[in-house]
Design a protein around this ligand. Structure first.
Ligand SMILES: Cc1cc2nc3c(=O)[nH]c(=O)nc-3n(C[C@H](O)[C@H](O)[C@H](O)COP(=O)(O)OP(=O)(O)OC[C@H]3O[C@@H](n4cnc5c(N)ncnc54)[C@H](O)[C@@H]3O)c2cc1C
Length: 374
């Protein structure tokens, strides 16, 4: 019998939804609370690699996920004018019939995950968070922000970079840190040549084109913004075009089509890493709440998804809750720390314009790491 019978998941993002799905598949009751009363996500995309495809298979959502995604195998690294420097094959970790990588719109991913979580019986309440958590040997008593109360065997904080649950566990010990870089993103109709992830090394930051669907792709470009300026929403298109100076070829052509500031998704990059076990008693952090990193290696959401699957496996593998969470940490901590730190380092090398940095070697190292069983 499971020692954990009823779990509260705080946060209905990628990690929280995957935790709900994974736990429901193991027969554990799940309540999920999401702060936003309108449960949606912003409309650009995300890159997911073979390790995520593998976990989606374990979550039992692979077919719906792949139907909503654009599958591809390789990643290319190109100069600012589009001359190919390297082509890195991905790894088909879910089986030879499944792709090594996918690009998927965040909206499509949210739809697949939220519909599955609800179909499996997750009880979802929107516009709600936790107010207080108090624990005894049997469980955690939770008071919610609307004054309602309930008790759980485990509380999972999947509430992202600015996690309230992290604050309840560790006070202000772990605070998000701005890395000095920002990312700009913009959707385009898919160009026929963009049937894989194509990255471009620019004079100041790096750009990329990611296929999301037969008719959709998005562009990203990183920029160094040392003072983290507050951007004027009405001039974002001009600002993004300016960050793309120095690119020719396809990126240069597309730059001139960036003219709707409302469609530019701008994000300063902030990171946090909880450098000790991510739980106290019966309250655990997963995903960005524990280890938010930069997008340079395309693994942030992947790590949240892996957390969710591993948690469900350990909670149903015997022992008491302390042993279960210790085993979870043993499988997650070093793997996430290495990926999070490596990703931050890529951004630091970009800021330093360190041309001696071998990004291909690092990508291959991380591919080998993520291919390993967890
Ligand atoms: C520019 C950029 C590009 C990225 N690209 C990639 C990529 O290509 N591939 C990849 O794998 N990763 C990528 N990432 C990282 C990825 O987006 C995150 O790692 C992932 O979203 C983490 O999921 P999460 O569920 O832990 O947190 P989140 O996605 O942040 O979800 C947290 C959820 O909790 C809710 N919430 C917040 N506070 C509370 C509260 N107090 N109570 C209840 N609910 C709350 C939020 O509303 C949200 O729904 C990128 C990140 C950035 C910034």
């Amino acid at each position: 019998m499971n020692t954990v019978s009823k779990v509260l998941v705080v946060g209905g993002g990628i990690g929280g939804l995957c935790a709900a799905i994974a736990l429901r598949r193991k027969g554990i009751d799940v309540d999920l609370v999401e702060l936003n009363s309108e449960w949606t996500v912003y409309g650009v995309g995300i890159i997911q690699q073979g390790n995520v495809v593998r976990e989606m298979s374990k979550l039992g959502v692979l077919d719906g996920y792949l139907d909503a995604a654009f599958a591809f195998d390789d990643v290319t690294i190109n100069t600012a004018s589009g001359q190919q420097l390297a082509r890195i094959p991905g790894q088909r970790l879910a089986g030879p019939q499944y792709p090594a990588n996918v690009g998927i719109s965040r909206l499509a991913l949210h739809k697949v995950l939220s519909e599955t979580a609800i179909e499996l019986g997750t009880s979802v309440r929107l516009g709600l968070s936790v107010e207080t958590l108090s624990e005894d040997a049997e469980g955690v008593d939770v008071v919610f922000t609307d004054g309602s109360q309930d008790s759980y065997s485990l509380v999972v904080g999947a509430d992202g970079l600015f996690s309230k649950v992290r604050g309840l566990l560790f006070s202000d010990k772990y605070q998000p840190r701005f890395t000095g870089q920002s990312v700009w993103r913009y959707n385009f109709p898919r160009n026929a040549h963009i049937d894989h992830l194509a990255t471009y090394q620019g004079p100041a930051g790096n750009a990329g084109l990611v296929p999301l669907a037969d008719d959709l792709m998005y562009m990203f470009v990183t920029s160094h913004e040392p003072t983290n300026p507050r951007m004027n929403r009405t001039t974002l298109a001009a600002e993004m075009r300016q960050r793309l100076h120095g690119f020719d070829g396809l990126i240069g052509e597309l730059r001139e089509q960036i003219n709707d500031s409302a469609k530019v998704v701008y994000k300063p990059l902030e990171v946090v890493f909880v450098d000790e076990p991510w739980y106290r008693g019966r309250v655990l952090l997963i995903g960005d709440a524990a280890h938010a990193t930069t997008p340079h290696l395309g693994q942030g959401a992947g790590m949240a998804i892996e957390d969710a699957v591993v948690l469900s496996e350990e909670l149903t593998a015997g022992g008491n809750i302390e042993h279960q969470l210790q085993r979870f940490m043993a499988r997650r901590f070093e793997r996430c720390k290495c990926i999070a730190q490596s990703s931050v380092m890529v951004g630091e090398k970009e800021i330093a314009k360190d041309r001696s940095f071998d990004s291909v070697a690092l990508v291959k190292k991380i591919l080998a790491l993520t291919a390993e069983p967890i």
